[in-house]
Design a protein around this ligand. Sequence first.
Ligand code: CA
Length: 329
Amino acid sequence: MHSAARSRTPAPRPITIAHRGASGYLPEHSLPAKALAHGMGAEFLEQDVVATRDNHCVVLHDIHLDRVSDVSDLFPGRGREDGRYYARDFTLAELKSLTLTERVGEDGAPVFPGRYPGGATPLAIPTLAEELEFIAGLNLSTGRQAGIYPEIKKPAWHQGEGVDLSVLVIETLAHGGWAATPDQVWLQCFDLNENIRLRNELKAPYKLVQLIADDSWGESSTVYADLLAPGGLTQLKGIVHGIGPWLPQLYELAPDGTVMATPLIEEAHALGLQVHPYTLRADALPEGFASLQSVANWLVSLDCDGIFTDFPDQTVAAFDALGLAPARS
Ligand code: CA
């Protein structure tokens, strides 16, 4: 492997990207979860972005509200025919009246039992503008610069709802002053057509990441199997600066349990693309790994460039334990 052949100057440290904030400890995308992640030393803090009825950008993982808030209690009957409650159907003022809770599944039970119980804690949905100001303020007050990592959620769906989410996000970033420090911004999307548009038509001055889903999830019209096929990443060249694969796309397990890396990271690096897989969770380790540290060791052995994690403190500590040099941007 080429990394082993190098002289052993310490490898650059993969960037720790706080996935929805320090979401292992506090409800995802609440501002306290972002403050905690900042204090834990994450180099980047993630924002998932969706649009309200009145075209404000809010930070929420899904176009739906019902699994992370009390929306069905406060606004009964405001769901769509599928029974789901959509952020797009509510004004910002209405969304601000909701309380964020720990994520529950279809059955109403917590997805990750043992995480923050919440309930009555008054945690509000932040707008993207509020969150960007919050992070800029923390950067100033602590003197430690954390970058931002916004995701444009379901841009084609938003277009169908009559809103151009990418334009709103780019305007909000510029208004928050982030265009002056583009190295501190990674912009991510699952939709390849939108990344092409961000790059060529909207001229986003930020580093772009193509997220890679499994085709069974129905994330977008992008065919992820084509991206993952040998040579498939070449279609990203000149468009994005990195890829965000699902962790299980980086390896296979041999019958004896040995972790065998797929060529994805090497192929990405050969094209000059960084690799930031998702998601490292201490309470839901990837199959085949016995500890968060063992995942971190393995990622470093592959020269992986970053990792989305729900547990920024444990991830930072795992890289610290390896004596790695400061993170590349
Ligand atoms: Ca995301």
